[in-house]
Design a protein around this ligand. Structure first.
Ligand SMILES: NC(=O)c1ccc(NC2CCCC2)nc1
Length: 244
C-alpha cells in the first residue's frame, strides 16, 4: 500500500512514519508513505497557496492550482483513491478502513485554513472522510488516523494477524478488559478465571465482558451484533449468556 500525503506540513509526518508499528511497516516495505509539500507547487510570489474567500467571510481558502500541480507531481496509480479529510466527510468506520486497505494507493489531501476551493474537490477528490465530529486545524492528524488504521490491516504489518480481528469493531463488539502481571497490584487482583487455564471458560468470560461493555457503551453495536449470524461456538456461548 502506498500512501501519498499532500500537505503544507510534511515534517508533521516524520516521526509518525518512523515510529513503532508504522515505522516498522515502512522499513519492512509493507507500506510506503510519501509526502508532497503543496507549497512547492505554488506559482505565485512568496509561494502562497491560499487567498480570500469569494463571498466574503473570515479566513482563507486554499487555491486549486498548487493542489492540482502537487497532485500531478507524481503519476496517480490506476487503483488509487483520492481522499480529502474534512468534517463534512462520512465518518470513518472499521468497514471503510477494510475497504481502503484493499487499494494499492491512497492519496490523502490535507487542508488548512477554512478549507480548499470546491473546484479541486469536484475535480480530484473521490471521497471526503471525517475521523469524527470535531474541527481540527488541518487534515494532517486525520490523515495519520487513516494511515494508522488502514496499515494495521495490511498483511505482515501486525505480528499476529488475528490480533487485528480480536480488536474492537472487527468482531463487532467493544474489547474485553486486558490484564497482565503482576496478578495482584495495590490489592487489586486479576479475575481468577483468566489464570485458571480453562480456555473455554476464559473465552466465555471474554465474550460476556465484551457483550456487557458494548451493551452499556454502544447499544447500537450490541443490537447489530445480536442480529448477525455467528459461528456455532459463538452461538452456543450467546445462548448460555442470554440465559443468565
Ligand atoms: N473531523 C475530521 O476528520 C477533520 C478533518 C479536517 C479538519 N480540518 C481541516 C479541513 C479543512 C481545513 C482544516 N477538521 C476535522
Amino acid at each position: 500500500m502506498k500512501f501519498r500525503i499532500l500537505t503544507l506540513f510534511p515534517e508533521q509526518f516524520d516521526s509518525f512514519a518512523q515510529t513503532s508499528i508504522i515505522g516498522n511497516a515502512v522499513r519492512d516495505g509493507h507500506i510506503e508513505i510519501s509526502c508532497t509539500q503543496i507549497r512547492d507547487y505554488s506559482e505565485s510570489k512568496h509561494r502562497s497557496v491560499d487567498d480570500a474567500p469569494f463571498g466574503g467571510g473570515q479566513g482563507m481558502v486554499m487555491q486549486v492550482q498548487p493542489l492540482k500541480d502537487a497532485m500531478h507531481s507524481e503519476p496517480i496509480g490506476e487503483n488509487a483513491k483520492v481522499i480529502y479529510l474534512s468534517p463534512r466527510g462520512k465518518t470513518l468506520t472499521h468497514d471503510k478502513v477494510v475497504e481502503l486497505s484493499e487499494l494499492a494507493e491512497l492519496i490523502l489531501v490535507c487542508g488548512h485554513y477554512e478549507g480548499v476551493d470546491q473546484r479541486f474537490i469536484d475535480t480530484y477528490v473521490d471521497e471526503e472522510i471525517s475521523i469524527g465530529d470535531y474541527v481540527l486545524t488541518g487534515g494532517e492528524l486525520a490523515a495519520m488516523v487513516v494511515v494508522d488504521s488502514v496499515s494495521r490491516l495490511i498483511p505482515g504489518v501486525l505480528r499476529d494477524a488475528n490480533a487485528s480481528l480480536d480488536e474492537s469493531f472487527a468482531s463487532g463488539l467493544l474489547e474485553y478488559p486486558h490484564y497482565t502481571r503482576p496478578a495482584i497490584y495495590d490489592e487489586m487482583e486479576v479475575p481468577a478465571v483468566l489464570r485458571s487455564g480453562n480456555h473455554a471458560e476464559i473465552e466465555y468470560w471474554r465474550l460476556v465482558q465484551a457483550l456487557e461493555i458494548t451493551k452499556v457503551r454502544r447499544p447500537d453495536l450490541y443490537n447489530a451484533f445480536m442480529k448477525h449470524e455467528h459461528d456455532e461456538k459463538t452461538r452456543r456461548m450467546l445462548k448460555k449468556y442470554l440465559k443468565t
